[in-house]
Design a binder for this molecule. Sequence first.
Ligand code: SF4
Length: 309
Amino acid sequence: MLEPLIKWFEENQRPLPWRTSYDPYQVWVSEVMLQQTQVETALPYFERFVREFPSVDALANADEERVLKLWAGLGYYRRAKNLIAAAREIVAKHGGKMPADYETLLQLPGIGQYMAGAILSIAFNKPYPVVDGNVRRVLSRLYGWTEDDPKALWDAARSAVREGEPRLVNQALMELGAKICSFRSPRCLLCPIQTSCAAFKTGMQDKIPPVKKRPAVVHMHLFAVIHRRGSRYLMKPVDGMWEFPMFPELPPGSFNKIGQCRHTITHHRLDVSVFEGQLSAEQQFAWKQVDAVPISSLTQKIWKASRTS
Ligand code: SF4
């Protein structure tokens, strides 16, 4: 099974920047970005990020607000904060060199079983398994598993990575899931492991893997207030980012509706009405230039909605 898969990968892999040198720092940054983000979206962010912070050392010495500004738009900002914290720990405890063993990696902020396996296999070519959404789909279909069994999945990934060059095996499984064995319409006729695939043989591709139950969607309506003074705006710091003040109800005062936008964060759907007006500047607010501070995708949408009215 592995030989045709690896041959397919070698011939079809996307030329991604972290695949040129397999520099451990770049592999780590790419994997953190790709945890919640598609490759196409993450690519320009990755390039900007490693241009400005080309090494663990550079990232460890970076100003957190500057790092968050480069991350702005990628979402899940905790990832960027963990990256900085881990970089600082690598400099303080490991001489700035990315650790190459599993237990040490697991001690670093933001690094769990998946991330440690990805760094060790892709950067260091060590036989550690990875199971992400793509690998789960490919292996479940390959073995015809209609029920989720995390232990069986990790065991299957573990034996696969021991059968070939770890860097190639893991990336080939991930790439197959991303490019051929997609969730809705797998392109089985182009698949290099079609003859071994249980789901293909039984026509069960649309039943495998079982769909995970998602939490119910929560709808929320919020009111954002744009309060301007010259080129600065009243903003509030939230977890290292800056946002316009938002309220579940419009505070008393005189406000003018200037826009509307929608945003989804995990299972929360937010409808945001955007108003301009004057707020009493509370202690947690500060006057900021919007393009000089890190802002989230939601704040970007509110900003855009306020300017297109
Ligand atoms: Fe996925 Fe189809 Fe290939 Fe099986 S044959 S691994 S279902 S693409």
